[in-house]
Design a protein around this ligand. Structure first.
Ligand SMILES: Nc1ncnc2c1ncn2[C@@H]1O[C@H](COP(=O)(O)OP(=O)(O)OP(=O)(O)O)[C@@H](O)[C@H]1O
Ligand SMILES: [Mg+2]
Length: 266
């Protein structure tokens, strides 16, 4: 990766815990930011391919090139970019074969800087944001590749996930190690509380715990409420905004896009 005239800010969506809304946030934040006329590239670094299925015009198996080609051929990132269903949002699709690629690159240089070598100037200057959906495997080769190129990271935390903070400790250690060895610029943009249900005691306890653990400004003021429309959209391979822009889920993610842009300095 070259830093000459770099424009795109690279943001990983990260948590060791599964099912906390990483992919939901990747997809819906990207769509909402794209609607505000910023150019977004999503890189799906999770072999589960959920973000690729929601965003893609084609299934991951039909895409001409995917993240797998990036690691297994001479292809640069710009060769693997495809348009998505949503305005101003492009992506590098994932593929199930990324499971095997991960095993191959673990312990090699590619397991750390494979992605960094493939990010070209043209891509960095074309997009305002590159948003990376990570799998819940902190310390693994794919998440490490994402952290090595990231300027910022966002940590979605489930509001009723009482053990959620344990995963964050592990994450903080992994990020510290990347920061000290290879990417000194990486910083947390914010913790994002997801799936909040204000009627439940667990949500109030979790919000209080998060606000105690993190300093002011480290937690997004926008809270994503638990909302069935988010899950319905997910099941139908759509963003919640395209499913129905008036639902609470769509409104929350649009608000998050505003706060994201303000925090990141746009
Ligand atoms: N705010 C919300 N309200 C209701 N359902 C939600 C909300 N956010 C996410 N979900 C649902 O929770 C499930 C898990 O979300 P998602 O796949 O985004 O989590 P993840 O952190 O990416 O999981 P994984 O670690 O497996 O990649 C999905 O079915 C999604 O539709
Ligand atoms: Mg996911």
């Amino acid at each position: 990766m070259t830093s000459d005239n770099k424009k795109a800010q690279i943001v990983s969506i990260l948590n060791q815990k599964g099912g906390v809304g990483k992919t939901t946030t990747t997809v819906n934040l990207s769509h909402a930011v794209g609607l505000k006329e910023f150019k977004v590239l999503v890189i799906d670094m999770d072999p589960q391919c959920n973000a690729s299925m929601i965003l893609g015009k084609l299934s991951p198996f039909e895409q001409p090139k995917t993240i797998v080609d990036l690691f297994t051929s001479e292809s640069n990132i710009s060769d693997c970019i495809v348009p998505t269903k949503y305005k101003n949002v492009d992506m590098v699709s994932s593929h199930m074969d990324l499971f095997a690629v991960k095993t191959q690159i673990t312990g090699t240089t590619e397991g750390v800087v494979g992605l960094r070598k493939k990010i070209d100037k043209a891509t960095l200057s074309k997009y305002d944001f590159i948003i990376i959906d990570c799998q819940p495997d902190i310390g693994g080769a794919l998440v490490t590749n994402a952290l090595v190129i990231s300027d910022k990271y966002i940590v979605p935390v489930g509001a009723e996930d009482v053990f959620g903070l344990r995963g964050i400790k592990q994450l903080e250690t992994a990020v510290k190690s990347v920061r000290e060895s290879i990417n000194e610029k990486i910083k947390m943009l914010g913790v994002l509380i997801t799936m909040a249900d204000y009627r439940s005691n667990a949500t109030s306890v979790m919000i209080e715990t998060i606000n105690t653990h993190f300093k002011e400004g480290e937690v997004f003021e926008t809270v994503i409420k638990r909302n069935a429309s988010i899950n319905t959209a997910f099941m139908q391979n759509k963003s919640v905004i395209s499913h129905d822009g008036r639902t609470p889920g769509a409104v929350d993610y649009s608000k998050l896009a505003d706060e994201f842009l303000a925090k990141i300095g746009q």
